[in-house]
Design a protein around this ligand. Structure first.
Ligand code: SF4
Length: 75
């Protein structure tokens, strides 16, 4: 993973990282709630979209939600 400067500001660096990778069928709610308070939510989401990250929660969006955003952007 890149060492872009914003990554050091992510709240998830201070919390249990497993929250951002819930088990299949697990809830993303706790991670998303933290992301929505994170000061780098915007660059984080942009990074995940640009790098096509397929797993985990980034910028408050699940992989399914990111795929949907990309579909809409491409339409
Ligand atoms: S937006 Fe969420 S995943 Fe991204 S750095 Fe912040 S807490 Fe971590």
């Amino acid at each position: 993973m890149s060492t872009e400067a914003w990554m050091a500001e992510g709240i998830c660096r201070q919390v249990d990282g497993d929250l951002w990778f819930p088990e299949k069928g697990g809830s993303p709610r706790a991670a998303k709630a933290i992301c929505f308070r994170c000061p780098v939510q915007e660059p984080c989401l942009r990074y995940a979209l640009d790098h096509d990250d397929r797993f985990g929660i980034y910028g408050g969006k699940t992989s399914e939600e990111r795929r949907e955003l990309k579909r809409k952007a491409a339409a």
